[in-house]
Design a protein around this ligand. Structure first.
Ligand SMILES: C[S@@+](CC[C@H](N)C(=O)[O-])C[C@H]1O[C@@H](n2cnc3c(N)ncnc32)[C@H](O)[C@@H]1O
Length: 307
């Protein structure tokens, strides 16, 4: 693949679906699924930073016998539109015949209705406005973009007493690309890339957190909650049979471009050396040689801790 002039975030989110599916921690996911199955009545669920709807489709699959009222929020209206289109397509493929009107998609599954309201807005402000509304909150690949403790306070406010929050794919401080092309430079690239995450304003005017996964383990109790389950969910993207699964080559090109762009803005690495590094990494993807690892944690938590 030749490098495009610019990469599409929407295509990146779609390309990462197969990577996330492999990575999600089964034990934590099963604990969340069991929690959802215990509801006799409709579950009120809110997803924050829903992107193109990957988790909406996953939870549609996970809750076949449970009635769900889902609020899927993303700050980017184009992604919200793409998410609604994708959920309609997926539900149609599964023979459900979804109804779509005014930002809502309704899927009738033999009585266990799955209704999604798609909203383009700031998700943390939404939760702060909906005090005590939700049985469950989901945030996949989101908490590393903000201050974890501030986000957890908003999430705890949005939950009913005894409600749970599921945080799959929360980045936790390790990025590795192998085989090496410039080992001395790459140590600096990893350090400066994480530092850039920690100092660049992202969600809600807060800077990101390259150690968000481990931060969650102390921030949940600090905000009055309890960890129900936690485990690793590392991304491992590697070539098999001379290529990558699904659209994962694009996913890798996008990651290399993200690292290069962050470090170009950081300005601490010589631009020519950085460009040469990125070109070598793009070539490794094209030649099906690059292996990419990112360490992440999945966490399921409940508020208050005594519930
Ligand atoms: C890394 S992406 C993850 C998307 C999706 N959860 C997934 O795993 O495919 C983070 C998402 O958070 C969204 N986002 C960023 N700030 C937000 C905010 N304040 N409120 C709602 N969504 C936000 C971005 O638009 C982006 O779609």
């Amino acid at each position: 693949m030749t490098e495009p002039d610019h990469y599409s975030f929407r295509r990146y989110l779609d390309a990462k679906r197969t990577v996330d599916r492999r990575a999600r921690n089964r034990r934590v996911a099963d604990a969340f699924r069991r929690t959802l199955e215990r509801f006799d009545e409709s579950v009120e669920l809110c997803e924050i930073g829903a992107g193109t709807g990957a988790m909406v489709e996953t939870i549609l699959e996970w809750t076949a016998g449970t009635e769900v009222r889902y609020t899927a929020i993303d700050a980017d209206p184009a992604l919200v539109e793409a998410a609604a289109d994708s959920v309609v397509d997926r539900a149609s493929d599964r023979g459900h015949g979804p109804d779509r009107s005014d930002g809502t998609v309704r899927v009738d599954r033999d009585g266990a209705t799955f209704e999604v309201e798609f909203r383009a807005e700031d998700a943390l402000a939404h939760l702060a406005d909906r005090d005590g509304t939700y049985d469950a909150v989901v945030a996949q690949a989101f908490l590393d973009l903000t201050d974890v403790q501030t986000a957890l306070s908003a999430i705890a406010d949005g939950l009913r007493s005894g409600g749970v929050a599921y945080f799959p794919i929360t980045f936790d401080g390790v990025t590795a690309l192998v085989p090496p092309v410039d080992p001395e430079l790459e140590d600096r690239i990893e350090r400066r890339f994480h530092r850039r995450m920690d100092t660049t304003e992202k969600v809600g005017g807060e800077t990101g957190d390259s150690n968000a996964g481990r931060r969650l383990l102390t921030a949940v109790p600090a905000t009055g909650g309890r960890i129900v389950a936690a485990g690793g969910s590392d991304w491992v993207v590697r070539p098999t049979d001379g290529g990558y699964e699904a659209d994962e080559a694009y996913f890798l090109h996008h990651i290399v471009d993200t690292v290069e762009s962050a470090l170009a803005a950081d300005g601490t690495i010589d631009p020519e050396r950085l460009r040469a590094w990125a070109e070598s990494r793009h070539e490794q993807v094209a030649d099906a040689e690059l292996v990419y690892l990112a360490h992440q944690l999945d966490v399921l938590a409940r508020w208050p801790a005594s519930a």
